[in-house]
Design a protein around this ligand. Sequence first.
Ligand SMILES: Cc1cc2nc3c(=O)[nH]c(=O)nc-3n(C[C@H](O)[C@H](O)[C@H](O)COP(=O)(O)OP(=O)(O)OC[C@H]3O[C@@H](n4cnc5c(N)ncnc54)[C@H](O)[C@@H]3O)c2cc1C
Length: 318
Amino acid sequence: MTRVSRSLFGDLDVEVELDAPIGVRSWFCAGGRADFLVKPRTPDALAELLRRCRQVDTPVRIMGEGANLLVDDDGVSGIVVRLDDPAFRRIEHNVDGQLELVRVGAGADLARTLMDFARGGIAGLESLMGVPASIGGAVRMNAGGVYGEIGNAVHAVACLDAGGENRVYTADELRFDYRSTNIVDPIILWAVFRVTQENPVTLRERIKEIAAYKKRTQPLGEKSAGCMYRNPIDPATGERVSAGQIIDEAGLKGLRHGSATVSTRHANFFTVERNGRARDAIELGDLVRAKILDARGIELRREVVVWDRSNPGGIEDA
Ligand SMILES: Cc1cc2nc3c(=O)[nH]c(=O)nc-3n(C[C@H](O)[C@H](O)[C@H](O)COP(=O)(O)OP(=O)(O)OC[C@H]3O[C@@H](n4cnc5c(N)ncnc54)[C@H](O)[C@@H]3O)c2cc1C
């Protein structure tokens, strides 16, 4: 375990929780603890924390809503940051005097933001209805689905690099691909979205339609982190194919390992029962991956980010 000294943050404007149970606060509702959960109250405090952590080689991870995260049962060493303070959740309209630009803090809840937008007749994020996320986590993962992805609406993104320096990416510097971006900095601070004005009634109808689709097709009431695997490229056709469909066709719906199950509603959702083990979901994932490689010659890559003590990032390349 990395030894973390309190001198890293003792004099900073931050709230600190020791031995914080972050696994049970993720959407999987399973997994271990963080040595320190740090909630900065200002961007300056966060920048200074990053600077100090880099100097002494202490790992820093950032957790959004934990909707795409699986924390190993043994937890993680070092520092986990959450942007819960209102300083990181602000929404600012008319950025640079432009009606079509809205800045949203990375800690803001995506669902609340898009519902706020909808009430004001502001369109741009509604395709993300039903995707649990913070703004930072959604940008980091380029969250989306059949109705569109968040990258389509992004105009600019501000980050802190590993040394705590600010960096703003303009639209032409950003690339959003399938569930990924070219942003390499560890912390996203805010994003500016391009929005349009729309009739709030029409907007509400569209949101209802998307919510109904999500409810019909995904096990939203169970404990999961959405799709376990990215949709892979089929080597036979060169086309991206549905990982859920491949797992379903392999007859793996309902497959169980300990407390984890391949959902019977959506085969790419792995669920964990109450008081279950994160390790069960990881091992079930490995089992499914091996079976798909054997049956179809396709190597599945995780979409869910797995954090464990040996692994500071946990993101698999697409
Ligand atoms: C029921 C359910 C349905 C889902 N449906 C969809 C769907 O339709 N489409 C889809 O794309 N996803 C879906 N997901 C997955 C999840 O909602 C998305 O991946 C979402 O973007 C995760 O955001 P988060 O804030 O929870 O990130 P977390 O899970 O907390 O973190 C995910 C990654 O983002 C990083 N991160 C978080 N915040 C920041 C930040 N501020 N700066 C830099 N990095 C950051 C984390 O370090 C981690 O690497 C679903 C999940 C669930 C549980």
